[in-house]
Design a protein around this ligand. Structure first.
Ligand code: NIG
Ligand code: FE
Length: 411
């Protein structure tokens, strides 16, 4: 089935030979064609060009005059398999408690873990599936999902099996990450080593045996997991072929970046607190710095990642939602992009590169996702009529995505 989209106002993020990553100054450039056509065949992109070269003899033609086409977003950091919600903590923060204070009282991640353990796999699947459907409508075509709200052998496996089931029930491309080291569960409060041993000796072998995770993650942060503990977990994951994608530098800089880079982590995520030495370390690596600006926004933390400094130094950055019940109960990439423009001072072109090619790269999907390129998966969305590319992050409250195609099919 050859489907042709014609009279596209602007076809955004087109590439003849796909780039693996976009860095520094190059991020300001978003290759696009005005008055364009796009041809897809079944689940693949075939070709594109300017309207005067428009092909004929196709099976279906769709006129999209006035509208733009973008490649789908690649959301490389989410926790969307969780049970229930945490709006009571949201209200506690309004009344003056901090995110850390709430966590120390047994709220936060442990609150979600308690709920998740009480929720059946069936119910958990239904909740997560509804979220997956929702984010698809926001234009997301590929996503990474973490475990981390189970914190026991049985419950971590439950989450990862739900992720596997989501994959079987959706055309979205899904990567799974094992985040057993998200918080120390209450029953191990006096026995840190016991919990790390449980992760390494009980959880990991079972997860690897069932092939449930592509990556390993840990929350490297004061009051959560130290650099040495995170390193132990990365090394254990590596034995099963799981590369690292690590939560670090959310509230403190403690040496996590240097250690992750040494272990060739695929990404380091958060980076609200990042110093010049760490930027220099990242510059010598292939590790993708991944920024999650809706997290400090939602918990009203004053620290946002120094994106401008990072880009000016020549680094790439990826942007992702962090969709989770504690710090970002939202999977809406377009809002992440608006916020990155406003708070991180990234330009519209930069934020779009960060959530397409670089997001794909942060999930090792750059060969098949993240741009409009021949042979890539036909994941793209058609906007409502909009005057310019910058209008997308500018009109932050509007739903500007009209139709989403995943693997060539309208969803
Ligand atoms: O990425 N920081 C660690 N994990 C999540 C939030 C977890 C939670 O509060 O439930 C994050 O922000
Ligand atoms: Fe996260």
């Amino acid at each position: 089935m050859r489907k042709l989209f014609k009279h596209i106002k602007t076809l955004v993020q087109v590439e003849s030979s796909p780039r693996a990553v976009v860095k520094g100054k190059d991020m300001a450039h978003l290759p696009s064609i005005d008055n364009a056509w796009l041809l897809i065949e079944n689940d693949r992109i075939r070709s594109f060009g300017e309207m005067q070269t428009c092909p004929m003899n196709v099976d279906q033609e769709i006129d999209v005059s006035g509208k733009m086409i973008f490649p789908c977003w690649c959301d490389s950091h989410t926790h969307l398999v969780y049970a229930g919600s945490r709006e009571a903590e949201f209200v506690d923060r309004i009344k003056g408690l901090s995110y850390t204070e709430i966590a120390q009282r047994g709220g936060g991640i442990l609150n979600s873990a308690k709920r998740l353990r009480e929720t059946s796999e069936e119910e958990l699947f239904d909740q997560a599936y509804a979220r997956l459907k929702e984010i698809q409508g926001f234009g997301t075509g590929a996503i990474e999902i973490k475990s981390g709200y189970g914190l026991s052998v049985e419950s971590e496996l439950k989450i990862l099996r739900v992720i596997r089931r989501l994959r079987g029930n959706s055309d979205l491309t899904i990567k799974a990450t094992f985040l057993g080291a998200h918080a120390l569960p209450l029953e191990y409060r006096e026995n840190r080593k016991g919990y790390i041993d449980l992760i390494i000796n009980e959880m990991l072998p079972k997860i690897a045996n069932e092939g449930l995770a592509d990556y390993i993650d840990a929350f490297c942060e004061k009051n959560f997991f130290s650099v040495a503990e995170t390193e132990q977990i990365i090394e254990a994951g590596a034995k099963y072929g799981m590369k690292a994608k690590i939560h670090t530098n959310q509230f403190h800089s403690m040496g996590g970046i240097e250690m992750c880079v040494r272990h060739k982590a695929v990404s380091v995520d958060h980076l609200e607190v990042l110093n010049d030495e760490e930027i220099a370390v990242l510059l010598k690596s292939d590790t993708m710095p991944t920024l999650l600006p809706t997290a400090p926004f939602f918990i009203n933390d004053e620290h946002y990642p120094p994106a401008r400094k990072m880009l000016d130094a020549g680094l790439p950055v990826a942007l992702a939602t962090d969709y989770n019940p504690g710090t970002t109960p939202s999977g809406r990439i377009p809002f992440v992009l608006s916020l990155a423009c406003i708070k991180l001072r990234m330009t519209p072109e930069e934020v779009i590169n960060a959530a397409t090619i670089n997001g794909a790269r942060a999930m090792e999907l750059e060969a098949t996702h993240g741009s409009i390129a021949p042979e890539k998966i036909a994941n793209f969305f058609i906007t409502k009529p909009i005057p310019s590319i910058a209008f997308l992050p500018y009109a932050f409250g509007s739903d500007l995505i009209e139709q989403v195609f995943i693997k060539g099919k309208l969803v």
